[in-house]
Design a protein around this ligand. Structure first.
Ligand code: CUA
Length: 506
């Protein structure tokens, strides 16, 4: 640009009988950042122009291409008679002034005019900014290499078919890209809706959630296609031709497009938040008389309590088509209740201070599912699962009876039963296998090496303390991880567990 500066026209003569054209152009030129252009005159006719050229000695003449009263042919003819070197721009402001078409000009001697009329080429450049366009024209004489477009000015003076050709070619590209986007969208949406992306839905709450999911899949498919479709089309159709090292056209921006692509996503997000609120309302809607089930989560076991039947279970059995209200607490860290087929999920927090969390589910399909902990909760998080069975109302009643009858008569068997119900066996094996805590096999009555180096005999008092105050004595090689479940047990249950543990050393 700085090199071109010495060539920059200083003196501009405007030829137009329309006052708006001349004055408007003068203002636009004056508002340019670099005040290197001076409008030395605005004339209304060819005669005035010829006279002015002699008088003001312009470097550049801008002729109103669309002004019928300025006969540009006559202007050029008179111009031929002179022996001056001039730059001339024919400037068209048709299209209601929203676009300017600037024809290229070269520095010409009068003797070259004959050649110029037959040879001179142009590059039409639609632009939203007349000032920018005119300024560029003047700052960079010879910017448009005539050989690049190879179109005759004269032909264009006859009609503007070429411009229209360019438009219809643009329209063809746009239509092709739009067709590609539509085809891609259909493929994406069909793929998303036909593939089994979600597990089976087995609760009433799953319905509004899946509706939202499916709507999102459609939106994702269309948005993906819109972006990738136009991108693919441009990469393939407008790729650089061999040997073409020209720069791309500079694009300034498009206010209408920017407003559109700001408002459309905003409206979509607001609409989806509305849909989300409606769905949440449906998912959380309480039934007046739900089945109550209390859930106790601990590292790394689940316990299910049925308060109405005073039952404890390690298996979650639910009647179909009845809402269940889960009240959930954790004995240690944060866990999370998640049965994928029910869709809903709820974090479970350590007990105390109203930390009980509620979740309502209405199982709608008889079947067997798996409850998974969905919150990273330590070493065996991945194995913190429990079976879930959704059964008919009759089967559920039968199961309640069966389970109630399953509590063993014999105190030692009962002790074993409690260790399973309270989830102790998730961490303690009975066969000597090391899991998270020490195995119970052969512990009672034997020496136990503790973390602090001391050795104790595992008597009844030791076992009792280890259940009611688990962190009091830590066995060497193990961590202090065990939750204190004793306040959830009766004294009788604790004694029965100890009796059972004794039998493991026989
Ligand atoms: Cu409990 Cu993960």
């Amino acid at each position: 640009m700085t090199a071109a500066k010495t060539d920059t026209p200083q003196r501009v003569l405007i030829v137009s009988s329309h006052p708006l054209f001349g004055q408007g152009l003068r203002i636009l030129l004056r508002e340019r950042k670099e005040p290197d252009v001076e409008v030395v005159g605005i004339v209304k006719s060819v005669d005035e122009a010829v006279a002015a050229i002699d008088r003001v000695n312009p470097d550049l003449v801008i002729v109103d291409y669309d002004d019928g009263r300025v006969n540009r042919d006559e202007f050029l003819a008179r111009f031929v008679e002179g022996a001056r070197r001039l730059r001339v721009v024919l400037l068209s402001l048709k299209e209601g002034g929203s676009e300017a078409i600037v024809y290229d000009r070269r520095t010409l001697a009068a003797s070259q005019i004959d050649d110029w009329l037959t040879e001179w080429n142009f590059a039409e450049k639609p632009s939203a900014s007349l000032a920018g366009q005119a300024a560029k024209e003047m700052e960079q004489p010879g910017l448009h290499d005539p050989s690049r477009t190879g179109r005759s000015l004269l032909k264009t003076l006859m009609n503007q078919d070429r411009v229209i050709d360019q438009r219809s070619s643009n329209m063809k590209h746009l239509l092709s890209a739009v067709v590609l986007v539509i085809v891609l969208s259909v493929v994406m949406v069909l793929t998303f809706t036909q593939l089994p992306l979600l597990p089976a839905a087995a609760s009433l709450q799953a319905q509004p959630i899946d509706q939202l999911f499916n709507l999102h899949f459609v939106l994702i498919g269309v948005l993906f296609s819109l972006i990738v479709g136009f991108m693919l089309y441009s990469i393939i159709v407008f790729r650089r031709k061999p040997g073409d090292d020209s720069d791309a056209e500079h694009i300034e921006g498009n206010t209408r497009l920017e407003v559109l692509w700001t408002l459309a996503p905003l409206a979509a997000v607001i609409y989806f938040s509305y849909l989300g609120a409606v769905a949440l309302g449906e998912v959380e809607r309480p039934d007046p008389r739900p089945l109550e089930v209390d859930i106790v989560a601990s590292q790394w076991a689940w316990r299910f309590e049925y308060p109405a039947s005073q039952l404890i279970s390690n298996e979650l059995v639910l009647p179909v088509n009845q809402q269940v209200r889960f009240r959930m607490v954790s004995n240690d860290v944060i866990h999370s209740f998640w049965v994928p087929e029910f869709r809903v999920k709820q974090d479970i927090l350590p007990r105390g201070n109203n930390m009980t969390r509620e979740l309502r589910v209405t199982p709608s399909e008889v079947g067997e599912y798996t409850l998974r902990c969905a919150e990273m909760c330590g070493e065996l998080h991945a194995r913190m699962e429990a079976p879930v069975r959704v059964v008919s109302t009759n089967e559920f009643a039968a199961w309640l009876e069966e389970t109630a009858a399953m509590v063993p008569e014999d105190p030692i068997d009962r002790g074993q039963y409690w260790t399973r119900q309270f989830g102790c066996t998730a961490c303690h094996s009975v066969d000597g296998t090391r899991i998270i805590g020490p195995s119970w096999r052969g512990v009672y009555g034997h020496e136990v090496q503790l973390q602090d180096g001391s050795v104790v005999i595992a008597d009844e008092a030791y076992l009792y303390e280890s259940i009611t105050d688990p962190s009091a004595k830590i066995v060497a090689g193990y961590q202090n991880l065990m939750p204190n479940l004793s306040d959830q047990m009766t004294e009788e249950q604790i004694q029965e567990i100890i009796e059972y543990l004794k039998t493991l050393s026989e």
